[in-house]
Structures are given as C-alpha cells and as structure tokens.
Design a protein around this ligand. Sequence first.
Ligand SMILES: Cc1cc2nc3c(=O)[nH]c(=O)nc-3n(C[C@H](O)[C@H](O)[C@H](O)COP(=O)(O)OP(=O)(O)OC[C@H]3O[C@@H](n4cnc5c(N)ncnc54)[C@H](O)[C@@H]3O)c2cc1C
Length: 290
Amino acid sequence: MRPFEYERPTHLDDALALLDEHGPEARLLAGGTDLIIRLRDGSIRARIVVDVKRIAELDGEIRDEDDGLTIGARTTMTDIAADERIRRDYEALAEAASVVGSVQIRNRATLAGNICNASPAADTAPALLVYDARVVAVGPAGARRIPIDEFFVRSGVTTLARDELVSAVELPRPTSRRGAVHVRRTRRRGHDLASVTLTCAVLADGVTRLAYGSLGPRPVQVSDETGLLADPTAPDLAKMERLETLFVGASPSARSMRASPEYRLAMLHLLGLRAVGTAIERLAQGTVRR
Ligand SMILES: Cc1cc2nc3c(=O)[nH]c(=O)nc-3n(C[C@H](O)[C@H](O)[C@H](O)COP(=O)(O)OP(=O)(O)OC[C@H]3O[C@@H](n4cnc5c(N)ncnc54)[C@H](O)[C@@H]3O)c2cc1C
C-alpha cells in the first residue's frame, strides 16, 4: 500500500476544507470495507484519507421525520437490517443490508459507503431505487438532495461533486400498501459480490417496481404500470414475457469473472419472476402497511 496522510476531523467544515484543499487526492473513509481493499491493491491512490467516523454532524442514527426516515451517513448494515421501522416499511432494504458480506463486514460497512463506492453490484442500490430514496449531499454551498436514480453514473462514479460528501439517505414515507422483496445470486455468500441483485415492490394500485444491479455499468429501475405483473392470476409465461420487455436494457459485461452474460440474464429473469410472486404474497399478507 502506498503511504498516505490520515485525518480524522471532528467537524464537517474541517472535512469539507480537506476535500477542497486536496481535491481528487483526498478519499473519505467510513467503514473502510471497500476503500482499504482498493488502497491496498492500488486501484485507488490517495494522498490523504479523511475518516468521517468522528464528524459530529454525521451520525449513525435512523431518525423518524415527518415525511419518512433519515439514515445517517455512519449507519451500518447491521443497524439497518435490525431496525424495526425499516423491517416494517422498507423490508427489501433490510433484506439487502442483511446479505451484504459477512457479519464482520456488516458491522463496519455503511449504507453511504455502499452507494458512494457505486459498484453496479451494490446490494442496497436496487432497494433504494425502488423506494425512491434521496441522497443528502453536503458541500461548501450547503446541502442538496439527489434522487437516488440521478446519483449513480457508472462503476465508481456518482454525481456527488469532489468537494461534497453524503450526510444521510432519506426514505420517503410509503403512501400506499406494498409488498417488497430483495433477492440475489452470488457465488460465495459473505465473500463475493452478487452476480445479480434485484428488488421488487408490488404496490396496492397494481404498479410493480423492479430494480436490478450487476447487469451493466449502474443499477437500473423499471416499472410495470399495466397491472400484469401485480395480477396474482396472470400466467407465469405472460409475466416472463413482460419481464423480458422490462429487462431489455440489461447489459452484463462479458469480461466479468463472476458469471457469463447468459447466466446473469437467465438469473435476472428467473429471480424477477420469483420476486414478483413473493412481493404479491407479501402485499396480500399486508406485511407492509401504512
Ligand atoms: C469480503 C467483502 C464482502 C462484501 N460483500 C458485499 C456484498 O455482498 N454486497 C455489497 O453490496 N457490498 C459488499 N462488499 C462491499 C462493501 O462492504 C460495501 O460496499 C460497504 O457498504 C462499503 O461501506 P464502507 O462504509 O465500508 O465504505 P468505505 O470503504 O469506507 O468507502 C467506500 C467508498 O465510499 C466513499 N464514502 C464513504 N463514506 C462516504 C460519505 N459519507 N460521503 C461520500 N463518500 C463516502 C469512500 O471514499 C469510498 O470511495 C463487500 C466487501 C468485502 C470486503
């Protein structure tokens, strides 16, 4: 690992000043489960690493607000997976957080780090897309909210400016009943990223929202507004045809060591169909209610 300076500011202004001073040479450190590995293998080089864990204005809390939940930048996957409010109203996010890496990884890994790393395979990204999450970015000009669908650009790249950091992720309060689920395919649980990661939410008004990752440069969200996918009586064959239309933009890399494009596409469709079935069941059971 190349040597770097290490700073652990206690105030947001000091962290932002370091980002401003060092530009692309500075890297933020949260749980370090992505960053340290990439510093070690040299795929990221940093002159200075700025640890966010002591910044007073960034917390690891999950707060109730008037219009939903706010997840602080230091909140770990373990805390998200265990939170009763998330398990009740955003259960696919709780499920996604609970399958990230191993127990040790989840105890350190933050939601903010997961999205800022911007891996197309990030497990929480599909759930955040389906739930219309917003990313709160703070910089020298103050705070701004970025819809999650506008946050991801491609692997390792987001619309966050160089002098900004993520202070929280907001989840809007559900406006109607829905059933949702997160599913994935991976070679080795706890050690490897997903070959396919997918979230499905079936809403009480008949709309089905699906988001998937690991099949292109960034996670993607699609919707079925025809009511076909949400119809418990519609045949699987018709649903599969609908999913094929919705997933037409999936473009898995042929160079990946994890799985062939053909395997990923087949799994995307299969997991998509199963997820629709589970989400319909959960909607009927009323597991997510407001
Ligand atoms: C063995 C192993 C298994 C894994 N399995 C999975 C898996 O199954 N699913 C999955 O999705 N991921 C997995 N990961 C990846 C990783 O654990 C997650 O992406 C994790 O959520 C990253 O969070 P972190 O807090 O550790 O981020 P860090 O490593 O600290 O940072 C990641 C990136 O985000 C930036 N960053 C961090 N916080 C902020 C902030 N507040 N504002 C702006 N930028 C910020 C950093 O500068 C860095 O570029 C795995 C990693 C390992 C090592």
